[in-house]
Design a protein around this ligand. Structure first.
Ligand code: DX5
Ligand code: ZN
Length: 228
């Protein structure tokens, strides 16, 4: 699969979301960070804003729910128009049931791991998912420094995906930029969230193109992608 770049609107101007979505129309997905001030110490937006944004753009929405009780709320984001919904495993009461419900409602189901959450206990759950998100910062804020110590986890997750022959996308989120995206791609990521690196650039669409080229160049040289 070609590298996908998902700009995070957390770093966009929230008063001009429709325009900010248009500014990155060449992107694969728009990453929408939902924070409830409980699971993370920050508050962003909810179902009504996702509904409006889905009407305002043709770019599919990748909703990253940093909220408590995702079992209760995640299905509503599918109904609001999200094409992919990510819940945090640390917050989910029944991740398998929730992933099945998201898929049954017609969206891609994705599960996120905070930096201190290991992948190994979830190996058997991977076939239930369309994407796994490895956080490369502590969730809650844009503009934080990339955590290099997550690279081994990305590598081990890619090995599990290969071992089981899964079509699972591997997303990284947090501190992804021109300075770090190649290391992520080399370790095995194929979906890249970038907030400040895209919306902090003078030309966000160009920033997406540059990141995509870098990711594809690094993937082409990566050992994990050799047999694809
Ligand atoms: C952080 C969010 C990220 C955030 C990334 O908790 O999940 O999606 O927007 O921002 P950058 O790319 O600036 O680290
Ligand atoms: Zn995010």
């Amino acid at each position: 699969m070609a590298a996908q770049i998902n700009p995070s609107i957390l770093s966009a101007d929230f008063a001009r979301l429709a325009d900010e979505a248009k500014a990155v129309e060449g992107a694969d997905w728009l990453h929408v960070d939902v924070m409830d001030n409980h699971f993370v110490p920050n508050l962003t937006l909810g179902v009504p804003v996702v509904e409006s944004l889905a009407r305002a753009t043709d770019t599919p929405l990748d909703c990253h729910l940093m909220i408590e009780a995702p079992d209760r709320w995640a299905p509503q984001y599918v109904e609001a128009g999200a094409s992919s919904v990510t819940f945090h495993v640390e917050a989910a009461a029944a991740p398998v049931r929730l992933a099945r419900e998201i898929r049954a409602k017609g969206a891609r189901a994705s599960m996120a791991l905070k930096p201190a959450t290991p992948i190994e206990p979830y190996e058997d759950l991977l076939p239930e998912l369309d994407m796994l998100l490895i956080m490369t910062v502590e969730p809650g804020f844009g503009g934080q420094a990339f955590l290099d110590i997550m690279l081994p986890k990305i590598r081990r997750t890619r090995e599990l995906i290969s071992k089981h022959g899964l079509e699972l996308w591997l997303q990284v989120d947090g501190g992804v930029s021109a300075a770090t995206i190649e290391r992520c791609a080399d370790a095995g990521a194929d979906v890249f969230v970038a907030g400040s690196a895209v919306y902090g650039a003078s030309d966000p669409a160009e920033a997406v193109r540059v990141l995509r080229n870098q990711a594809e160049g690094a993937t082409a040289k990566a050992s994990w992608a050799c047999d694809h």
